[in-house]
Design a protein around this ligand. Structure first.
Ligand SMILES: Cc1cc2nc3c(=O)[nH]c(=O)nc-3n(C[C@H](O)[C@H](O)[C@H](O)COP(=O)(O)O)c2cc1C
Length: 369
């Protein structure tokens, strides 16, 4: 395992802008997708040491997500209700064009003191594309389009008289004003396939991946580091990993809650989700990617969040977070059953322990120098 990097870990939470919570289970979830709940949650999160909120983009129902607020406008509402929190708006090339997205985000950036970022997702839900009349490209073509999308958006944000002759998008001497405020919005991306890792190694600021063990995460990070060199990327891709947090005062309580979530899983919905996600990395030439190895239990949480094993006491969870950091994580993305209560609990009982462990590691490294 590599040594801890000096920068403190960042924390993000999933914005519940989609109904049904983050697990496909009939267990009670004291989480609401409405704006009042979400505004309060964002305020709790920024007061609890969270750096980012990540919104989701979905156009249709499926597997419990019966209602879905749109990500960019919802992100703006959360930014307007907070002061420090950065909000990452999920966007899907296809429904969004780079011209529209660049303009929307520049305006939001101007209105919110430059606190908006984007998460470019490439699509896994074929039925959703069919429902809204969007052509469904092959897996690797979706990533080729996303990469061009990112190049276009960044070009519009940073250049005057921007030109692009791409396979998907064209720009001719385009000058967009105003530009985003301050530093450019950060570009996140989601996915774990070979195409996703290649795209991250060329153009993205951040690589978001599904929940995983430290070993599973490290293999992806090593691949990205090798490819960054190969492609001559001038900056280091930062890494965010998903986790579903179940932090309780005893390990037994946390494990019992996990067992209850799984026991109350909605089998047909989990199986339907499993069937659908085969359109993602499992249909790529390498059959890698998010969900390629997911079991029934993993899929009860949409993004394999149980695999990161942040399930236990605050001390156990803090140690495991450090394990993920050693494996290369710069950011931990968290989902919870009862968001408001658990974001506050995580901020109060877990983040301080993580900061202590990070400081301890720094002292050890300094002493060894
Ligand atoms: C943290 C994270 C957030 C994501 N958010 C969304 C989303 O809001 N909407 C969406 O359609 N897909 C979302 N995805 C799915 C990805 O864009 C992608 O389709 C999926 O991970 C499969 O990618 P792969 O085939 O490269 O592994 C997300 C993925 C991750 C890891």
């Amino acid at each position: 395992m590599t040594q801890l990097k000096k920068e403190p870990l960042k924390f993000a939470y999933w914005v519940p802008n989609v109904s049904g919570g983050l697990v496909i289970s009939s267990i009670e979830q004291r989480t609401s997708w409405d704006i009042d709940y979400n505004r309060k949650l964002a305020q709790i999160a920024e007061a609890s040491g969270f750096d980012y909120a990540l919104s989701q983009i979905r156009f249709t129902a499926g597997y419990g997500a019966d209602n879905q607020h749109e990500s960019v406008s919802f992100s703006h509402a959360l930014l307007a209700a907070t002061e420090k929190l950065r909000v990452i708006a999920a966007v899907l090339p296809g429904p969004w064009t780079p011209a529209l997205l660049a303009k929307q985000i520049a305006t939001i950036s101007q209105l919110t003191n430059g606190r908006v970022d984007i998460n470019v997702v490439s699509g896994w839900f074929r039925g959703e594309f069919a429902a809204i009349g969007e052509p469904w490209l092959d897996h690797d073509e979706r990533y080729r389009r996303s990469e061009e999308f990112i190049r276009a958006v960044r070009g519009i944000w940073s250049e005057d008289n921007f030109n692009l002759r791409g396979d998907f998008y064209r720009f001719t001497d385009y000058t967009m004003r105003p530009k985003p405020l301050g530093d450019l919005p950060q570009v996140f991306q989601g996915g774990s396939s070979r195409a996703a890792r290649d795209m991250a190694s060329r153009v993205s600021d951040w690589y978001f991946t599904n929940g995983n063990t430290p070993e599973g995460l490290k293999a992806q990070v090593d691949d990205i580091r090798t490819k960054e060199k190969q492609f001559g990327k001038p900056w280091r891709t930062r890494i965010g990993v998903n986790a579903f947090g179940i932090v309780r005062s005893s390990e037994k309580e946390a494990q019992e809650l996990l067992a209850e979530i799984i026991d109350k899983a909605i089998p047909d919905a989990v199986k339907g989700f499993h069937h659908e996600v085969q359109n993602a990395g499992n249909s790529s030439p390498e059959r890698e990617g998010n969900w390629a190895k997911s079991t029934f239990q993993d899929l009860v949480q949409y993004n394999d969040g149980f695999r990161s094993n942040l399930i236990g006491t605050p001390e156990q969870v803090a140690e495991r977070v450090i394990g993920l950091k050693r494996a290369g994580a710069d950011l931990i993305l968290l989902g919870f059953l009862h968001f408001q209560e658990e974001v506050a609990y995580f901020g109060k009982h877990v983040i301080p322990l993580i900061r202590e462990l990070e400081a301890e590691e720094e002292r050890t490294l300094a002493a060894a120098e």
